[in-house]
Design a protein around this ligand. Structure first.
Ligand code: HEC
Length: 223
């Protein structure tokens, strides 16, 4: 037994690195009594290893620098974001082209827009301006001004009404019976909601806007 062990040991060269295939070298260093063998790695192992390195680099480039390897979720999120951005751009374009003429001739004549405006009105504005826009509830006056009396304290032009709803009573104005209106009636409304509310109010006051004339910028000409 001890003989064969000795003869095995004697076949193993001591040195730094194995130089040819199949050669086993017992390396010269020894740390805490631990010694290392060295031999050439088999080619199948090396090919697998280098292959993995090459595959990693290729995959990394394809994954991060092309669109082909995104997950379904990333693709969907990107699509949804794109649709949302396009919708916001369309809305911004609509609002930037808003004018008295557009509000009277297009928004206030569109039943869907007016219905949306009415829905918002019934949630927020009704409390102070009443279901009939007369600022009364069962004959009792509410805090707001009537919105059906043909009087437009801050201007009858739809863009002025828009501004009034959006920003509330202008700073420094006393309000109505000492009560100012807060911006958006205290609701959290976007520009589209405010435009719809304006359309609803216009539609409820046809007598005030019939036969309206506009200048070339679309602003109401007030006689
Ligand atoms: C908390 C009560 C309150 C709510 C809610 C409220 N308002 Fe008013 N509103 C007022 C008051 C008070 C005034 C008068 C302000 C003034 O004269 O400065 C007013 C004035 C107005 C005017 C100007 C009327 C005019 O004669 O020129 C408009 C338009 C108007 N409100 C629209 C709305 C709309 C639309 C909403 C819903 C988003 C709304 N208000 C919600 C209290 C309210």
């Amino acid at each position: 037994m001890s003989d064969s062990k000795d003869s095995n040991d004697s076949e193993i060269r001591r040195g730094d690195f194995a130089r040819k295939k199949g050669e086993v070298v017992l390396r010269e260093h020894e740390y805490d009594g631990i010694q290392e063998f060295d031999q050439k790695l088999p080619n199948w192992w090396l090919f697998t290893f280098y292959g993995a390195v090459v595959w990693f680099v290729g995959y990394w480039v394809l994954y991060y620098y092309t669109d082909n390897y995104r997950t379904d979720q990333e693709r969907i999120v990107a699509k949804v974001t794109e649709v949302k951005e396009r919708r916001e751009e369309a809305l911004a374009a609509t609002l930037s082209s808003l004018s008295d003429q557009v509000l009277i001739e297009e928004w206030a004549t569109d039943p869907n827009i007016v219905a949306s405006g009415e829905a918002t009105y019934s949630q927020i504005c009704i409390a102070c301006h009443g279901a009939e826009l007369d600022a009364k509830m069962s004959g009792v006056p509410l805090p707001g001004r009537p919105l059906n009396d043909g009087e437009w304290t801050y201007g009858k032009a739809p863009m002025a009404i828009f501004k009034m709803i959006n920003e509330g009573t202008p700073p420094g104005e006393p309000g109505y019976n000492g009560v100012p209106m807060v911006a958006k009636g205290g609701g959290s409304l976007g520009p589209k909601d405010v435009a719809e509310l304006t359309a609803f109010i216009i539609a409820k006051n046809p007598q005030d806007f019939e036969g309206a004339t506009f200048d070339e910028s679309g602003a109401l000409v007030v006689e």
